[in-house]
Ligand binder design. Sequence first.
Ligand code: UDP
Length: 329
Amino acid sequence: MSESKNNTVLVTGGAGYIGAHACKALQQVGYVPVTFDNLSTGHAEAVKFGPLFKGDLTDRSSIDAAFQEHRPHAVLHFAALSQVGESVTDPGRYWRENVGGALNLIEATVAAGVMNFVFSSTCATYGDQDGVVLTEDTDQRPMNAYGGSKLAIEQMLADFVPKGLEAVIFRYFNVAGADPDADVGEDHDPETHLIPLVIDAIAGRRGPLTIFGTDYDTPDGTCIRDYVHVSDLADAHVKGLEWLTAGKGSRTFCLGTGTGFSVREVIDAAKAVTNAEVPHSEGARRAGDAARLVCGSERAKTELGWTPTRSDMVTMLRDAHRWHEKGSF
Ligand code: UDP
């Protein structure tokens, strides 16, 4: 497909887990996703659905050069440091790279006259709010620098609306699974996320899983999360882009299923799906973890027309398992 002004979008972090799946979804409906990535955690081999521009968000001139070369009409901003634990031990890096990088990107976007911006935010902006089903209107009280940096970027975007910028903000819950064709999938180093660690523990690719905390105030004592399939999330981004290009304006959407799974429930489901034991032990709590993060996605469903189709635990585990068995891009 040829690249033209009307269908080109700049995807920061397009070489990463969620960004690569979004690039596939975008390409499938006729966009040209230009990946902007420093490849610090992303993979050049994951950039299969459009061109790669190697650049760094902390270097404004490289962002300007990407706009010059590709002339996108919208920006999807995925690139970020995203490990809760690391953000507790090295908060400065999160503020410098996530917030500083986003400021460079937003200023470059506005300077290029591009006014449609889709931003990957997180349920970690809410902090720990026991028993609450989180919605777009719930107070945000982040409890670590990862959540804090994402909330700061949400606020930054609001400050650029008077300059003409329109932003769709997606607050993701726990992203899981992989492309059903296994073209792309999750490949973090180090891997810190529950589902790939469960699958690797089953396969013996690494040691037993440690359950981080069994004394939370939840029915089985382990943390509860709302898991969403990465391909459903990618579809939401296409809808978010269409929302903006239709002139519907800035809006925030939570993306989850409203159903929470505890760590023990994920382990049990993985055992059922793979017909294999999950070697694991019980350990201490991990710093920065909230007991329960579950969201209501009514707004995304009713306003955006987003319907998750693969976000049941069995499908997420099957797709993740298929990808991890394939083992490479
Ligand atoms: N978790 C765990 N052991 C691990 C990794 C994660 O018990 O080795 C737990 C973690 O404490 C959290 C849940 O699994 O309650 C999901 O963690 P993950 O890192 O996948 O996502 P997060 O919720 O931090 O975004």
